[in-house]
Design a protein around this ligand. Structure first.
Ligand SMILES: [Zn+2]
Length: 267
């Protein structure tokens, strides 16, 4: 079932008005959040060209840097991709009458979840910047065991110094049979996660080797083992399988980023 969602028009500043004028016409791209059709999405920073050769050589998988912001609703690629995956899996029904925990909540996805009338919807962030979002540390969740049916943690773990503790906490507060969405950038070519590297200490080095100044590591393929080590059964849904009818360029999403669904076993 496709989630029908009409975002409110953003109030925009001068720079975004100019971007909208430049990118907002034409018909080569369609935003799956606001359904507007236009020339192209805006790049994130300098786009893929600005990504380091180190990360490019490792087929670093995460955001779609060339097709990032929607010029109209300001959705980013990760929100659009999540909505496409959730539509295809009919995942939205999991939010109905459910207890939901959403870290670093994306605005548009949050509205979609609210439309599903969850029983309880907790939005948390280490540095909350919006009303309705409470201060919450993913490595120290102030909630009882087995509190939530669904947890969303979309591009958060790469920022967390003790990600094993975060995964353990997410597992703890999830009900048996509950699921966590654990998107995070990684390299399918890197056997072992690169972190705690004494040679990487500055913002520019973290940008070059970890992908962003505030990333604490570059996940390798052992990311899957780390998630499993917390007790989860992990299922990856590949874009090219689940969303093979979607033109990723038009939709402004990265087809190399799978959906990470981590389930807490019932026994
Ligand atoms: Zn949009």
């Amino acid at each position: 079932m496709e989630m029908s969602y009409k975002p409110e028009q953003d109030n925009v500043g001068v720079i975004r008005k100019i971007r909208r004028c430049v990118n907002g016409f034409g018909n080569k791209s369609t935003c799956g959040i606001c359904n507007k059709t236009f020339l192209k999405f805006s790049k994130y920073r300098g786009g893929w060209d600005a990504v380091s050769s180190y990360l490019k050589d490792l087929d670093w998988t995460g955001s779609d840097f060339d097709n990032f912001w929607c010029p109209y609703c300001r959705s980013h690629d990760r929100e659009r991709h999540l909505k496409l995956y959730f539509d295809a899996l009919d995942f939205w029904k999991k939010f109905e009458h459910a207890n939901v925990l959403h870290f670093a909540p994306e605005k548009h996805i949050a509205h979609c979840i609210e439309a599903c009338t969850p029983q309880r919807y907790v939005k948390g962030d280490l540095y909350p910047s919006r009303d309705g979002v409470e201060m919450m540390d993913v490595t120290d969740i102030k909630e009882p065991d087995k509190s939530f049916d669904v947890i969303l943690c979309n591009h958060v773990l790469e920022h967390v110094p003790d990600d094993a503790k975060a995964l353990k906490e997410i597992f703890r507060v999830l009900k048996p049979g509950g699921v966590a969405i654990l998107q995070t950038p990684y390299s399918p070519k890197l056997p072992q996660t690169r972190e705690n590297d004494p040679a990487i200490t500055t913002d520019s080095q973290r940008l070059e080797f970890y992908g962003q100044e505030d990333h604490t590591r570059l996940y390798g393929i052992d990311l899957m083992d780390r998630i499993a080590a917390a007790g989860f059964e992990l299922k990856l849904h590949q874009h090219n399988m689940l969303l093979k009818g979607v033109d990723s360029q038009r939709a402004g999403v990265n087809p190399d980023e799978p959906l990470f669904v981590a389930r807490k076993p019932t026994i």
